[in-house]
Design a protein around this ligand. Structure first.
Ligand code: ZN
Ligand code: ZN
Length: 340
């Protein structure tokens, strides 16, 4: 098989690797599309706190067709179109036992801690396969995993109808989180320093937008929202100055959710978190939220394909990831076509 391999920072190649063998409880999947995530870009630049080199196959946002399946087929058959949930959990730690599997103490994400899905063939545990509805396109389906991250952030925040939700960072995850908040009946306000990204938000019908390239976010929000601050902030930017000012961006008693990984240590003024009695929440990956993601995309409640800015063939993946690292403003969700 062929796979996109990241040997060390800045060394990324398409390589020939041995085909995976079908193990018990697994399915062999012919991968159709695999999205590129910030994780791959961070891994390429050597700034990801989680990537373990070499990564023999990057990527964790894949969809494909079942080519072979063992005895415990879980109702799946050869030829089924599937989305692959990429989080391998131990099933035994306290988080797993409490049903918070995304928070497993020995969590392994495909393409991060173990081989990933930008490969012509991939072996994956059957319980982590999700059937794609017959009328859903591959382009819609490849957005299932990233959308599940936005869903999880909304669940962590406990977003309710009518609430004002600040989403900081209009990358794919930020826009998807805002689309979910809107689908829940909340009122998202999106902040980003790149005007091209705010234009995408405008096209998707978002009206409350802040360009925080020159002005501080708290001041901008007071202007845009006529003095009433949001009850929720979801940070998808991982930008240190944004993270450090979030306590000033929300009203008393608000929930502040961190999704984007900052590249350096942030200092937060804890006294403001006490004074305003804020809830500070981390949000990592997603937790059994693929079915809701399939539902939101399938019903048209979230038009996730509008975030796809390019689809390149497998051989173009290394250049694509390089370009994402060098010129992030040119891309939103970039996708690799593995098998036609
Ligand atoms: Zn991702
Ligand atoms: Zn566990």
């Amino acid at each position: 098989m062929r796979a996109v391999c990241l040997e060390e920072p800045y060394k990324i190649y398409v390589k020939e690797l041995p085909d995976p063998v079908l193990a018990d409880g697994q399915a062999l999947v012919e991968i159709k599309l695999c999205g590129v995530c910030g994780t791959e870009v961070g891994g390429f630049k050597g700034v990801s706190p989680v990537v373990k080199y070499p990564v023999l196959g990057v990527g964790h946002e894949a969809v494909g067709v079942v080519k072979a399946i063992g005895e415990d087929a879980g109702g799946f058959r050869v030829g089924d179109r599937v989305s692959l949930e990429p989080y391998i959990t131990c099933g035994e730690c306290h988080s797993c036992r409490e049903g918070r599997c995304n928070n497993c103490v020995s969590l392994q994400t495909c393409g991060v801690h173990r081989p990933g899905m930008m490969a012509t063939l991939f072996s994956h545990p059957v319980p982590l396969l999700h059937r794609i509805p017959g009328d859903m396109s591959w382009e819609q389906a490849v957005m299932i995993e990233p959308l599940s991250i936005g869903i999880h952030a909304n669940h962590r925040a406990g977003v309710k109808k009518g609430e004002r939700v600040l989403v900081a960072g209009a990358g794919p995850i930020g826009i998807l989180a805002a689309l979910v908040a809107r689908a829940y009946g909340a009122l998202p306000i999106i902040a980003d320093p790149m005007e091209e990204r705010l234009d995408v938000c405008r096209r998707l019908g978002f009206e409350l937008l802040c360009n925080n390239s020159r002005e501080d976010l708290p001041g901008l929000l007071l202007k845009v929202l006529d003095g009433s601050l949001p009850s929720i902030a979801i940070d998808c930017s991982g930008a240190v100055p944004v993270v450090e000012c979030l306590a000033d961006c929300v009203r008393h008693g608000a929930r502040v959710v961190f999704v984007g990984w900052p590249k350096t240590v942030c200092s937060i003024d804890v006294s403001w978190y006490i004074r305003k009695e804020l809830n500070l929440l981390g949000s990592r990956n997603s937790n059994h939220e693929f079915l809701e993601s399939i539902e939101l995309i399938g019903s048209g409640a979230v038009r996730a394909t509008e975030l796809i800015t390019s689809i390149v063939p497998l051989d173009g993946a290394p250049d694509l990831i390089r370009d994402l690292a060098e010129r992030p403003g040119r891309h939103l969700k970039a996708v690799v076509r593995i098998n036609a």
